[in-house]
Ligand binder design. Sequence first.
Ligand SMILES: [Zn+2]
Ligand SMILES: [Zn+2]
Ligand SMILES: [Zn+2]
Ligand SMILES: [Zn+2]
Length: 323
Amino acid sequence: MINHSYLRFHCDICLKMETGGVDSSILSLTMMEEAEHHHHQFSSISKLLNNAPTTTSVHDLLECPVCTNSMYPPIHQCHNGHTLCSNCKTRVHNRCPTCRQELGDIRCLALEKIAESLEFPCRYISLGCSEIFPYFSKLKHESICTFRPYNCPYAGSDCSVVGNIPYLVAHLRDDHGVDMHSGCTFNHRYVKSNPTEVENATWMLTVFHCFGQYFCLHFEAFQLETSPVYMAFLRFMGDDRDAKNYSYSLEVGGNGRKLTFEGSPRSIRDSHKKVKDSHDGLIIYRNMALFFSGGDRKELKLRVTGRIWKEQQNSECTPNMCS
Ligand SMILES: [Zn+2]
Ligand SMILES: [Zn+2]
Ligand SMILES: [Zn+2]
Ligand SMILES: [Zn+2]
């Protein structure tokens, strides 16, 4: 099992000593629900649906009565005409959830055709997206909408929290106990008392605030094929497009040796695992790490220094730019 307790973490800037790995409590998803709720309201007042002569809006008809999600083809119905979505159909053991009759395999083409003629706003309208889409291309857009919420960037737990960047920054600080720093340079020490243990899933996260943006510095230990390694990398809390405006360098050394890495931070749209598996960061093999630590193999002491800068600008980091 995961054991976070033995990695000590020491920031040379704020002189705080922290212990790695804070258990996260998984919060319920409020942001998405709000967006969905907003979308419902908007739909019922959209001008297309204002033409509907009855109080039952077409949108209500397109809501699966079982799971309440929007239905997409194939839309199914029972012999009595009760509709349900294809996801639910596979789960109800051939019984209509509404009338308990045998369900059979009947498509509801009329409803599918009506749905085809409708347009809806992107579900992230409350987060700033003003686009309107035909019913069936709405889902596709929403999966790539630039206003869609971000997943929590915290690794080491399956956190289901989503939201915009300010929301996630507060969530990381308050719910995951993540250390927050201001400034575009950092100087951290990672200390581990028994470096010979298997140390998969030992990880740290620190959030940096500079240039008005937030960055996640990940530090972790895992087994790369047969070799234990330490890896440090930076992720940008924002879209890929904006991530490219920034660069960072990481440096680790000691005992007369030095390893450096320079690159562009990856957007947190890319999962932590994806970045880690692509080895896009500073990778230090344990033997090398122990050499940096002094070579007595008793304790691992890594000093990682780094800097973030903005591209297409004066890349010197001045105190003004860091705040
Ligand atoms: Zn359903
Ligand atoms: Zn039925
Ligand atoms: Zn959108
Ligand atoms: Zn989280």
